[in-house]
Design a binder for this molecule. Sequence first.
Ligand code: PMP
Length: 416
Amino acid sequence: MSERVKEVIRLYEKHINRGLAKLLKFAGVEAAEHRAFGMYVVDEEGNYYLDCLGGFGALNFGHRHPKIVEAVIRQLNLMPLSSRMLFNGVQAELAKMLSELLPGDLQYCFFCHSGAEAVEACIKLSRLSTGRRKIVAAQNSYHGKTLGALSASGRGIYRHPFEPLLQWFVHVPFGDVEALEREVDEDTAAVILEPIQGEGGVIIPPDDYLPAAREICSKHGALLILDEVQTGFGRTGANFAMEHYGVIPDLVALAKSLGGGVMPIGAAVGNERSFSSLFENPLIHSSTLGGNPLACAAACAAIEVLQEEKLSERAKASGDYFLSSLQRVADEHSELIKEVRGKGLLIGVEFYDADVATIIVAGMFRRHVLVAYTLNNPFVVRFEPPLIIERKQIDEVVSSFAGALMDAKKLISQLA
Ligand code: PMP
């Protein structure tokens, strides 16, 4: 390790979060990133890493996609932040592009910076437009860590230290239609769901779940909020995961890859019903820097790239290949691996033992391939590369996975 990297880690320990530094070091990470392009990250010492984590879904377009970078530089030289007084054409253009890209009548956009903020906006808009208070969410869900988004999230260890959280949030098992039927009533403002639980460990619901959720919401006059922060922009082999199920929500939360892997930006996009109360009091929810021209320029270019490069179709084909390659390796290690599952390029490998999952993440890092476990489920290692990944890079990831498994087996037999 170079003196420079030692210094960066020391600064993390002294000024950022020594617990986080410990966690990263435990996973074998003793390197600091310096630059990146496409599928690769380069550290301060010039080592290359194949990025199969994709910033938890924020890098669907890869690092520094040239068209997106160019759009941002152009906007940087014009006007990066808004005056907040005049209309802004770039934001208006992005809102139009999003409403055209999304299915159905999702037409109005509120812009912010992150997934959690997009979820906050969805929760507030649902309460505002229905005049109701109850929010039904799923166990094991992940919607972000601000207090409102956390109230919707379904993992105890993130929630308990902050309780009491917001009132009138209830959690039901994900994928269980009857549980939704029991819980959704005339007091329910919204049901909030991820179409596929990402941080929960890549959990794909039964095919009839989202259509049933839509029906139940409509029957009781509740809104359906879909959180596509992680599943959006081609990740699962469709522009949005809702398209697999033919379901159109009243509100959708977007972030991560909306910024094209270059800028942070989030959005709550909704239909007439979910937004109309906001029009009566347009400043009841706002953000100073949300929807700034720089981030909007990145998002506009990202949507163009998504379509021009047919990234959703690519994610589907690459995902099928990736999944079957991982399955072949998993079949040889069935005593360690419980299941390989995924849709498009949102793939999870579930281990019987969370420590083995950590050893695999560390083993792949040693081989310069980036993967990580899912935030709500440490038994699951996620493979979530930029959608531009090529076959030979998938082969490289799979062979590094196989190598890490062999190392793990040796280690386990030494410890036995
Ligand atoms: N919703 C989902 C489905 C997510 O996966 C995440 C982040 N993993 C969030 C919300 C929160 O996004 P952010 O970290 O940008 O606040």
